[in-house]
Design a protein around this ligand. Structure first.
Ligand SMILES: NC(=O)c1ccc[n+]([C@@H]2O[C@H](COP(=O)([O-])OP(=O)(O)OC[C@H]3O[C@@H](n4cnc5c(N)ncnc54)[C@H](O)[C@@H]3O)[C@@H](O)[C@H]2O)c1
Length: 430
């Protein structure tokens, strides 16, 4: 099928490349000329395992092409996906300006029947607004159906998640669009949840809020563990065996970050408020999460008797492993708190160093190896659970530091092993 995708970010580019991999002819559009210039040469604007290979393969086969023009992208497409960013406004609500802008552009280019698939995460009612824009903007000359198809991929696993989704949700209110989408999605061989558009939109907000809730819940339990001398990793293990609870998203730590969960929680709280419902439960989820980086830095501060003039190494900057994305990463709060306290910061991340450079400039030292971040450090703070940190030479690390103090924001190490190896070790909730 001929498809177009507007927005070549973490969702749109993965969607475009994977839809090409599924045998479709895909044109991707973005208004960022630099991104498109790079993509035409096969260079994705961010790191995502397996993505570059897929982009290069389909560029070479001409099944994936790139343009800065939305009308050009949708020229012969039956289905137009929209995957632009919907960031938080200062009041927490979702900023839909990019999405509405793209909808107007689509409306101005009617050409027979088209299905417009909305993949960005949005408050309930947005699909309806897009449908109205398409109807009014095309002056009755175009025939459009809107489908809501929220995306559930995880950065760092995005290609795998897109090609093998645990479910696909579509909100669709026209039998013709439903038939077309079912045909397009059949090869994915995933459970298909078909609902009306409002329900599909709500499934996404409800899912992300629930993931945030699970993490803040276990972080609250971690705080209790620290008071009573219990081990949160064992508590989570014991809870997780109950199939009604499950093991995933029950890791205590420095909290969730990234472009989605916080933003979507804020958007959901704001949307509920507009409907007259005060979603206090979700406010608490955000509040607990905001407190986690503060708790981590406090541990270091207490152990060191203050931060002024201390050298602190930070391991991990990306909001999670296998990505270079630092949007709302806990490391940002951690580093800002350290700098505010008067500490000098040296940091290392396997992928996010260029992103960190653009965020912090020369305010922190950016080191090419974790060992260099540890040189002369009074403490190390582990913020992102990269696999490579599990294989660190802890003896070498210890030898480089002024004081062998590790505050582990991801419970990557065993407290007893660390104590035996001579470390002053603080985990989270244990
Ligand atoms: N990143 C994730 O893991 C993830 C997962 C699920 C859902 N989502 C949702 O998907 C949406 C996109 O997220 P993302 O992380 O891909 O964002 P992103 O910022 O990585 O990408 C958005 C892209 O849209 C482009 N864009 C913006 N306005 C445009 C316009 N008018 N015309 C053409 N291109 C335009 C931007 O240049 C950018 O390349 C958001 O609503 C997000 O909440 C994200």
């Amino acid at each position: 099928m001929r498809l177009s995708v507007v927005g070549t970010g973490h969702v749109g580019l993965v969607a475009g490349a994977c839809l090409a991999e599924m045998g479709n002819q895909v044109v991707c559009a973005d208004n960022d000329e630099l991104k498109i210039a790079g993509l035409r040469r096969g260079i994705p604007p961010f790191f995502e395992p397996g993505l570059e290979e897929l982009v290069r393969k389909h560029l070479a086969q001409n099944s994936l092409t790139f343009t800065t023009s939305v009308p050009e992208a949708m020229h012969e497409s039956q289905v137009v996906f929209i995957a632009v960013d919907t960031p938080s406004r200062p009041d927490g609500s979702a900023d839909l300006s990019s999405l509405l802008n793209v909808s107007h552009q689509i409306a101005r280019n009617p050409n027979g029947y088209r299905v417009v698939v909305q993949k960005s995460t949005v408050p309930v009612g947005t699909g309806q607004r897009v449908q109205e824009i398409l109807r009014e903007g095309s002056n009755g000359t175009g025939e459009f159906d809107v489908v809501s198809m929220p995306e559930f991929l995880r950065e760092g696993m995005a290609v795998q998640d897109f090609l093998h989704p645990d479910r696909i949700v579509i909100g669709v209110e026209s039998p013709r669009a439903q038939r077309l989408m079912e045909g397009l999605l059949k090869p994915f061989n995933a459970p298909l949840v078909v609902a009306d558009i409002a329900t599909a939109e709500l499934i996404k907000y409800a899912s992300n809020a629930f993931l945030g809730l699970k993490i803040s819940y276990i972080n609250a339990i971690a705080s209790i563990c620290e008071q009573v001398g219990a081990d949160v990793t064992k508590v989570a293990e014991g809870m997780g065996h109950d199939p009604r609870i499950g093991h995933r998203f029950l890791s205590a730590g420095v909290g969730f970050g990234g472009a989605c969960i916080q933003k979507d929680l804020s958007g959901f709280i704001r949307m509920s408020e507009d409907l007259g419902y005060d979603f206090q439960l979700l406010r608490q989820v955000l509040e607990i999460n905001h407190g986690q980086p503060v708790r981590l830095v406090e541990k270091a501060k207490r152990a060191l008797g203050g931060l002024e003039g201390r050298n602190i190494g930070v391991l991990g900057l990306a909001f999670k492993p296998n990505t270079d994305d630092m949007r709302s990463a806990p490391s940002i709060d951690v580093i800002n708190l350290l700098l505010e306290g008067g500490a000098r910061v040296s940091a290392y991340d396997p992928q996010a160093m260029p992103t960190a450079r653009s965020l912090f400039g020369s305010a922190i030292g950016l080191c090419p190896t974790p060992y260099q971040a540890a040189e002369g450090a009074d403490a190390l703070l582990l913020v992102t659970e990269w696999e490579e940190f599990c294989h660190l030479d802890l003896k070498r690390l210890q030898g480089l530091m002024s004081r062998p103090l590790l505050v582990d924001g991801r419970n990557l190490f065993e407290p007893r092993d660390m104590a035996e190896a001579g470390w002053e070790y603080y985990g989270t909730g244990r």
